[in-house]
Design a protein around this ligand. Structure first.
Ligand code: TGC
Ligand code: FAD
Length: 393
C-alpha cells in the first residue's frame, strides 16, 4: 500500500515541523517494519514482539512524557500522530503503545513516587519492561467502581486478591498496574493503584482464547491470589476511582487519533482498488455508488482529523476536558468502523482476505468501539455533560 497522506484540507500546514517529522518517521516505520509482517501475526494470533525494541528506540512508548525519565517529551499532537500512524498499521500495535504509555507509564508518572518513576519509566520507555493495566473485572466492565479486587494491609505489605479480565499485554507484561479497593467493597473512594511485578507468587495471566478481533494483540485474564507487595509498591498519589479514570482519559485521547489511521488505511485501499478493479468494462471507481462510498469516507475522515487536531491543541494548552475526549473517541471510532465496513464492501470478495487490510481493521475496530468506554458509555458521559443528569444507573 502506498502511504501518501489522506489530507484533503491541507492539515499538514497546521502542523509544526517537529510534528510533521515525527508523523513521517512513524509512517515510514509502519510501512517498512510493520506492514510486511502484520498479516502473518494476525492469522497466527501473535503479537510482533520483535518490534518492541524498535518502538522503544524510536520513542513511541510514553512519547508525551518528560525526557528526564527517558521518554521523548513530545507534545500531545505529535503523540496523537504517532497513534494515528501506528493504527494505520494495526489497532493491536497501537493498543500495545496506548497501554504501555497511557495506562502504565502515565499512572506511574502521575501517581507514583519519584523512586517509582525512576525505577520504572526508563525501562518502560525502551520496551525493556512491558506493562499492563488491570481495571476491568469479569462482572465490572463499564462500571469499574463496582470492582471486587481488594488490597489488605498486613504489616508493611499489601495482600491483593481478585481477578481482572480483558487485559491487553497481560501475558507479556513484566509489571501490572492493579486497581484494588483498600476499604469496603461499596467504597469506590478506597480504590488505589499498585505496581505489581508479574512474577510474584500468586499472580497468573491466562490468554483470552476465542477472540475474533485484535488478533495481533495479547489479551489476558489476570488472577491475583494472595499476591504480596511491599508498601513501596502502592502509588502514593492514587486515590479513588478518579485515578484510573484519569488514565483512561489519556488512552482515549490516543484512540481518538488512532482510529483515524485505521480509517485512512481503509480509505486508501478502497480508492486504489476501485481504480483498478474493472467490472462491466469500467473501473468500479467510475460508478456513482462507489464514488458516494468514497466521498462519505473522505468527508468523515477529514472531520475526524480536524476534531483530533483541535483536541490536541486544547490538551497542549491544558484546556481540554474528559468529556471532549469522550466526544472524539466516540465519533472517531464509530467513523472508522463505518469506513472499514464500507471499504470491505467496496473490495467485493477480495475484501474478506487477509491480504487486504479492510476486514482486519473492521474486526479490530469492534474491540476499539468497546474498550476504553463503549460507544454507549461515551454517549452517557456526553449526555451528563449536556444535561447535568447522570444516566448510568
Ligand atoms: P463518577 O462518580 O462519574 O466518577 C468518579 C470520579 O472520577 C471523576 N471522573 C474522571 N476524572 C478524570 N477523567 C475521567 N474520564 C473521569 N470520569 C469521571 C469524577 O469527576 C469523579 O470525581 P470526584 O472528584 O467527584 O470523585 O463514577 P461512576 O462510577 O459513576 O462511573 C462513571 C463512568 C461510567 C463514566 C466510568 O466508570 C467509565 O468511564 N466507565 C467505562 C470504563 C472503561 O472505560 N474502562 C476501560 C478499561 S481500560 C481499557 O479498556 C484498555 S483497552 C486497551 C487500549 O487502550 O488500547
Ligand atoms: P459491559 O459493561 O457488560 O457492557 C455490555 C453492553 O451494555 C455494552 O453495549 C454497553 O455499552 C452496555 N451498557 C453498559 N452499561 C450501560 C448503561 N449504564 N446504559 C446503557 N448501556 C450500558 N480493560 C482493562 O482494564 N485493561 C485492558 O487492557 C483492557 N483491554 C481490553 C482489550 C480488549 C480487546 C477488549 C475487548 C477489552 C479490553 N478491556 C480492558 C476491557 C474493556 O474496557 C471493557 O470490555 C469495556 O469497558 C466494556 O465492559 P464489558 O465488556 O464488561 O461490557
Amino acid at each position: 500500500m502506498s502511504f501518501e497522506g489522506v489530507d484533503y484540507y491541507e492539515m499538514d500546514g497546521l502542523l509544526g515541523d517537529e510534528e510533521r517529522a515525527v508523523r513521517d518517521m512513524v509512517r515510514d516505520w509502519v510501512e517498512s517494519e510493520l506492514l510486511p509482517v502484520i498479516a502473518h501475526h494476525y492469522v497466527e494470533h501473535t503479537f510482533p514482539t520483535q518490534l518492541i525494541p524498535q518502538m522503544g528506540e524510536l520513542g513511541f512508548l510514553g512519547a508525551n512524557l518528560p525526557e528526564e525519565y527517558g521518554c521523548a517529551g513530545l507534545n500531545n499532537v505529535a503523540y496523537g500522530l504517532i497513534m494515528q500512524e501506528l493504527e494505520r498499521g494495526d489497532s493491536g500495535i497501537r493498543s500495545f503503545c496506548s497501554v504501555q504509555g497511557a495506562l502504565v507509564m502515565y499512572p506511574i508518572f502521575e501517581f507514583g513516587s519519584e523512586e517509582q518513576r525512576r525505577e520504572w519509566l526508563p525501562r518502560l520507555a525502551t520496551g525493556e519492561a512491558i506493562g499492563c493495566f488491570g481495571l476491568t473485572e469479569p462482572d465490572f466492565g463499564s462500571n469499574p467502581g463496582g470492582m471486587l479486587t481488594r488490597a489488605v494491609r498486613d504489616g508493611d505489605e499489601w495482600v491483593l486478591n481478585g481477578s481482572k479480565m480483558w487485559i491487553t499485554n497481560g501475558s507479556m507484561a513484566d509489571v501490572a498496574i492493579i486497581w484494588a479497593k483498600t476499604g469496603e467493597l461499596d467504597d469506590a473512594t478506597s480504590i488505589r493503584g499498585f505496581i505489581v511485578e508479574t512474577d510474584r507468587d500468586g499472580f497468573t495471566a491466562k490468554d483470552q482464547v476465542g477472540k475474533l478481533s485484535l488478533l495481533a494483540s495479547d489479551t489476558s485474564e489476570l488472577v491475583l491470589q494472595d499476591v504480596r507487595v511491599p508498601d513501596s509498591h502502592l502509588m502514593p498519589n492514587s486515590g479513588g476511582l478518579k485515578s484510573p479514570l484519569k488514565c483512561l482519559t489519556q488512552a482515549r485521547y490516543g484512540i481518538a487519533w488512532g482510529a483515524i489511521g485505521a480509517a485512512m488505511a481503509c480509505y486508501q485501499e478502497a480508492v486504489e482498488y476501485a481504480k483498478n478493479r474493472v467490472q462491466f468494462d469500467k473501473p468500479i471507481a467510475a460508478y456513482q455508488i462507489q464514488q458516494v462510498r468514497l466521498a462519505e469516507m473522505l468527508t468523515e475522515i477529514t472531520k475526524a482529523q480536524l476534531l483530533a487536531l483541535q483536541l490536541g491543541r486544547l490538551k497542549d494548552a491544558g484546556r481540554y476536558t474528559p468529556q471532549q475526549v469522550s466526544l472524539a473517541k466516540r465519533n472517531n471510532v464509530n467513523m472508522a468502523c463505518e469506513c472499514a465496513r464500507e471499504a470491505r464492501r467496496l473490495l467485493g470478495g477480495n475484501g474478506i482476505l487477509v491480504e487486504y487490510s479492510a476486514m482486519r481493521h473492521m474486526a479490530n475496530l469492534e474491540s476499539v468501539y468497546t474498550y476504553e468506554g463503549t460507544h454507549d458509555i461515551h454517549s452517557l458521559i456526553l449526555g451528563q455533560d449536556i444535561t447535568g443528569y447522570p444516566a448510568f444507573s
